[in-house]
Write a protein that binds this ligand. Structure first.
Ligand code: ATP
Length: 515
């Protein structure tokens, strides 16, 4: 969870537009990501995953689930509701403290997060540009001293900023058939209230039915700690994992799907014995380091270049008061290093907070040690959208034409397990029984749950290029030789190497390569 911590995204302004524009354009053209409600002019920061994007994100989530849940005895899954009892958010601290620092520029009216704006030493002179003629857009350069906030506007460079106001990022709605407007109208009717009094009355009326869209998936793992532990007879160290939508009313939405108001998280709470009950050599810090290593490795195992990944331990000033340690897995995005996932050591804060607020005991009884204790929690918290974007950026390649040819190619070198389409099947020409054979191969793939795509349009070279842009790792072409010896061409995306395989072996060959 992001309580008030300073952000560490270095800016690399120059490289961003070019590569990001290309990715955004490819995402639209090839059906990965569309602007939401585009025919109505779009809605800021809302995105729809198209056919290939939906596959990519499902594959990212499936890989995470496979690694975090299905490959381990010590982690089980959960699928909790998005709307929870409002007391959950009181106890967790989100109602009081899930805020971002909002600041306005008095010159150009830019609004944003103070912890993201460019830093400048207080008292030094900052030069900035002000529009003096709105018709022609003519600007004048001015100078002013940087204030105590120590930041300047990212848009015009001005140090003339408003005070910082805290802005709660949770989306509030109401549950039940009571109309808030009626309740408010009744509460204020006939009363001559001052502005402050009015605010209090309205807030109290809204509060009666207020519920919140979850800003993280984690809290349900704490509130269900006893349910899961007892029903599955789990013993620390053990984890509860969940994937699902989270919502944050972000002040600044940025960099395509990197930061939006509706996104998907992949979180796991790993409950470990507190130090006095830990097994020799496997205390809470051992598990914290273990998960930092495991989570960093997950991204490189799925193909992200190692030099584009790093683990950044938080400085003590960034840590929440209860956290013993925290590190971010960061990716070197076109605009600089940014968070992919946070791994936090949350001590026993959450279980104790919910125990206090609910009055229900949230401890584990260790029968061997004859002790009741509150487990400590290590939380690897990742975002499916940011991860999918990082995979796309890292996979994007523009290759020059091979020697002796004139046509280069754009290729998404996605890990085969992440690729939306696993194999494309082409008849070389639309005659001589080739389409029929290709369709038969297609249905074999479908019967084996391998996502395949059929294409018979355009020259074979163009069909390969189309699949390269979609990240399809393998293409199979049925040609004249197929009818004679039952063989087809298998072409590999990255090397473009071609070999002949038997039609009868096609499913087995692709399955082996996807494993
Ligand atoms: P940031 O520092 O970028 O605001 P955070 O530290 O608040 O992120 P966490 O609360 O740790 O993020 O959430 C875990 C993960 O959820 C993040 O690492 C990120 O991948 C994802 N995430 C968080 N906020 C957003 C968002 N607004 N849009 C997309 N993904 C998000």
């Amino acid at each position: 969870m992001s309580e008030n911590k300073p952000k560490k995204e270095k800016q690399k302004a120059s490289a961003e537009p070019e590569i990001m524009e290309k990715i955004v354009s490819l995402c639209k053209q090839r059906g990965f990501v569309f602007q939401s409600s585009e025919i109505y002019g779009g809605l800021k920061s809302c995105y729809d995953y198209g056919p290939l994007g939906a596959e990519l994100k499902r594959n990212v989530k499936a890989e995470w689930w496979r690694t975090m849940v299905h490959s381990r005895e010590d982690v089980v899954g959960l699928d909790a509701s998005i709307i929870m009892h409002p007391n959950v958010w009181r106890a967790s601290g989100h109602l009081a403290g899930f805020t971002d620092p909002m600041v306005d520029c008095k010159d150009c009216k830019e609004r944003g997060r103070a912890d993201k704006w460019p830093v400048a030493a207080a008292g030094t002179e900052a030069e900035y540009k002000v529009i003096i003629d709105h018709q022609s857009g003519k600007k004048e350069t001015r100078k002013a001293a940087v204030g105590a906030l120590g930041i300047v506007c990212p848009n015009c460079g001005s140090p003339n900023l408003s005070d910082i106001r805290r802005f709660n990022m949770m989306f509030r709605t109401s549950l039940g058939s009571v109309d808030n407007i009626d309740t408010i109208a009744k509460a204020v009717e006939g009363k001559n209230l001052s502005g402050e009094e009015l605010k209090k009355v309205v807030a109290a009326a809204i509060e009666e039915t207020a519920v919140y869209l979850r800003p993280e998936t984690a809290q349900a793992m704490f509130t269900n700690f006893i349910n899961v532990q007892t029903s599955m007879r789990m013993k620390p160290p053990f984890g509860i994992a969940q994937q699902g939508k989270s919502f944050r009313n972000e002040i600044t939405v940025e960099h395509f799907t990197f930061r939006s108001c509706e996104f998907e998280q992949m979180e796991m709470e790993y409950f470990v014995p507190p130090p006095q009950y830990a097994d020799e050599g496997k205390d809470d810090m051992y598990w914290y380091n273990y998960w930092c290593t495991e989570r960093l490795k997950w991204y490189s195992d799925l193909g992200i270049r190692k030099e584009k990944l790093r683990l950044r331990p938080h400085e003590s000033t960034e840590l929440a008061h209860y956290a013993k340690a925290c590190s971010d897995v960061e990716y070197d995005y076109p605009w600089g290093w940014g968070e992919l996932e946070g791994i936090a050591h949350r001590s026993d804060f959450d279980l104790k907070a919910h125990e206090k607020a609910s009055g229900k005991r949230l401890t584990f009884f260790d029968s061997q040690k004859n002790a009741h204790y509150h487990p400590y929690v290590i939380e690897p918290a990742a975002g499916a959208d940011r991860t999918a974007l990082a995979f796309l950026l890292d996979a994007y390649n523009e290759e020059p034409p091979p020697p002796g040819t004139t046509e280069g190619r754009t290729v998404l070198k996605l890990h085969p397990r992440l690729a939306p389409i696993k194999v494309a099947v082409f008849p070389l020409v639309k005659k001589e029984g080739m389409p029929e054979t290709a369709r038969k191969i297609m249905s074999e793939f479908f019967q084996n749950q391998i996502n395949a795509s059929y294409d018979e349009k355009d020259a074979i070279g163009r069909r390969y290029r189309r699949q390269d842009e979609c990240g399809t790792p393998y293409c199979i072409t049925v040609d004249g030789q197929t009818a004679q010896d039952g063989s087809v061409t298998l072409r590999e995306r990255d090397s473009m190497a071609q070999e002949r395989i038997q039609v009868a072996d096609a499913v087995a060959v692709i399955k082996k390569r996807l494993a």
